[in-house]
Design a protein around this ligand. Structure first.
Ligand code: HPA
Length: 257
């Protein structure tokens, strides 16, 4: 464990690189067996908060090059009980227009070339309760996102009078390209609601670490074939508009934890 101990970790996705209002903020470099992670540590409502930017400061890492294991392990090392993330996503549904906020409850993984686990046979982790976890581990992902945290986000939205969509199926693609219209048609057929590039393996790694993790997804566009074109500029532009609302939702959720 690290000498710093936090209550809540925040992982900011595309367009979300800083949590304004963090008190007594300091930047720390957290060493993990998978690399060093830069994290802002601060306080909010009397709780210790760790904020990390998933794509790195200045959006350096594309989705397939993010060091997901280092990011998740850094939160584990800091002792985070909860990790709350944000993801920009494309919408697969006419009734989820751009600007919608969705709290997914399921995920379908179509990534192809990522490191999905800490447990490759060698690695051992000392858990908070003293258990040693390692060797061959098959993790139950019946509830991929932590429902306890999802419920807190939903309650926080209610407190703020903010309309959100309380569940949805996130389809994760490898990227960094956007999808073809044929892929989107297929994702719709198999029950997807949202498409993004960073949901996996992040959610599964937190499951392995037994950290309560959930994400706030922002639909920044209709997916390919549902609108004329999809562009990264459009994704960032929409996220930028909704960022203050997402920050309020995160802060209200922290209050409730
Ligand atoms: N596809 C994949 N990832 C995304 C999209 C999309 O349409 N929009 C924002 N992130």
């Amino acid at each position: 464990m690290s000498p710093i101990n936090v209550d809540v970790g925040i992982i900011g996705g595309s367009g979300f690189y800083e949590l304004f209002g963090l008190e007594n903020k300091v930047e720390e470099r957290i060493d993990t067996p998978f690399g060093v992670v830069k994290i802002d540590i601060g306080e909010l409502y009397g709780k210790k908060i760790a904020f990390l930017s998933r794509h790195g400061k200045g959006h350096k890492y594309p989705p397939h090059k993010i060091n997901y294991r280092a990011n998740a392990f850094a939160m584990f090392k800091l002792g985070a009980n909860y990790v709350l993330a944000t993801n920009a996503v494309g919408s697969l549904r006419e009734n989820i227009p751009p600007g919608s906020i969705v709290i997914p409850d399921q995920i379908i993984d179509f990534t192809k070339n990522r490191v999905y686990t800490f447990f490759d046979g060698e690695f051992k982790i000392k858990m908070k309760d003293g258990r040693e976890k390692g060797g061959v581990v098959h993790t139950d992902v019946t509830e991929p996102y932590c429902n306890h945290l999802r419920e807190k986000i939903i309650k926080a939205a209610e407190n703020l009078n903010l309309k959100i969509i309380p569940r949805g199926v996130y389809v994760c693609t490898e990227g960094p390209r956007f999808e073809t219209p044929a892929e989107i048609k297929f994702f719709k057929m198999i029950g997807g609601d949202l498409v993004g590039m960073t949901g996996s393996p992040e959610v599964f790694l937190f499951k392995e670490l037994e950290i309560c993790y959930a994400t706030i997804c922002v639909a920044t566009n209709y997916a390919a074939g549902m609108q004329a074109r999809v562009s990264h500029e459009e994704v960032l532009e929409l996220f930028d508009k909704i960022k203050p609302t997402i920050a309020e939702l995160i802060k209200e959720t922290i209050k409730l934890l």
